[in-house]
Write a protein that binds this ligand. Structure first.
Ligand SMILES: C[S@@+](CC[C@H](N)C(=O)[O-])C[C@H]1O[C@@H](n2cnc3c(N)ncnc32)[C@H](O)[C@@H]1O
Length: 313
């Protein structure tokens, strides 16, 4: 049976009530600890490297599953007392009870901030107030990284617009926090930067018509993590599908009935293989793709962006 329960933020608009003692205890499980650890470490890796030594705020810290992976001087804030009681019992960090949209801190008290699985709790109005509060309590040079669960494109746009309304640069990117290929969304809010000219799209981030974090990371000299591996796998998979179809087309035997779904090749995959062969030669190997990984990522993005642009009005 598929698990169809809506996420907590759709079942309640009041996190402090939703996270009762029982709910907070259930949330603080080993399974969630492992998921939230991966999300937190990935969010940290999207902050400037110096952030680890700065004054760090964990917004919507809950039972401390995210705060546990931040430097010990980090401060956590949450609306739910039940969540905070568990956090305080299991961590040496400081925890404060309060709402994200009325932060009980002094101006410029923090250098940077992270927030894991919290932002989707805020209504559109609360989002606007929250980002005003964040820009008050964070140094103007600070960066904040939010791991978020936008419902859809409009919800993602609301988050970005609320952050940009405080004159910050807000970029929504997909990244790979876990060892499997499940991607998650991160909203990175930074001081205004000179505009990044590229608006390329990535087939790995197609759900929200978005981009992956590769370009974001390269522009800030941050390590690409699993992003390279996932793009290389994508390119290799596309190449193998096209190569297999070519073999079938050149043979008189009827095509096998099995793996029908796997044989469908998307227009951007077709375009990608043509572009890869033009750049790297016709007999591609996974090693050849690995050796030219930056080119491969560029072509994955360029071909997808071009094909999407051609089908959109
Ligand atoms: C899914 S939990 C995530 C907790 C923690 N960051 C983690 O990674 O385990 C979301 C948390 O956000 C908190 N939250 C939601 N809306 C909030 C708000 N407006 N102000 C403060 N905390 C909020 C909830 O109380 C809850 O503890």
């Amino acid at each position: 049976m598929p698990y169809n329960r809506p996420p907590p933020e759709q079942r309640s608009r009041q996190p402090d009530r939703f996270y009762s003692v029982a709910q907070a205890t259930a949330y603080h499980s080993d399974a969630n600890a492992s998921i939230q650890r991966d999300l937190t470490l990935l969010a940290l890796s999207l902050l400037p490297p110096a952030a680890a030594t700065g004054r760090l705020l964990d917004i919507g810290c809950g039972s401390g599953l995210s705060t546990a992976h931040l430097p010990p001087h980090a401060v956590g804030i949450d609306m739910s007392l039940s969540m905070l009681q568990i956090a305080a019992a299991s961590s040496e960090s400081s925890f404060v009870c309060g709402a994200a949209f009325a932060l009980p801190f002094r101006d410029a008290q923090f250098d940077h901030a992270v927030s894991i699985s919290m932002l989707q709790w805020l209504s559109e109005k609360q989002l606007v107030r929250f980002f005003q509060e964040l820009s008050r309590v964070m140094e103007p040079t600070g960066t904040a990284v939010f791991q978020v669960y936008p419902l859809d494109l409009a919800h993602a746009a609301e988050m970005v617009a609320a952050a940009q309304a405080t004159q910050k640069c807000a970029t929504l990117v997909a990244d790979f926090p876990h060892t499997n290929s499940a991607l998650k969304w991160f909203l990175c809010v930074e001081p205004q930067r000179s505009a990044e000219t590229t608006c390329e799209r990535c087939p790995l981030a197609r759900r929200l018509h978005g981009t992956c974090a590769y370009r974001f990371r390269v522009a800030r000299r941050l390590a690409p993590g699993r992003l390279l591996h996932e793009h290389l796998q994508y390119a290799w998979h596309a190449y193998r599908k096209v190569a297999r179809r070519r073999v079938l087309e050149s043979s008189d035997a009827p095509p096998p009935k099995k793996h029908k779904k796997e044989r469908s090749i998307f227009p951007n995959e077709e375009a990608l293989v043509v572009a890869l062969e033009a750049a790297l030669g016709e007999r591609l190997t996974l090693d050849a793709l690995k050796a030219a990984s930056d080119t491969v990522v560029n072509l994955v993005h360029a071909t997808y962006t071009a094909v999407e642009a051609a089908v959109e009005p």
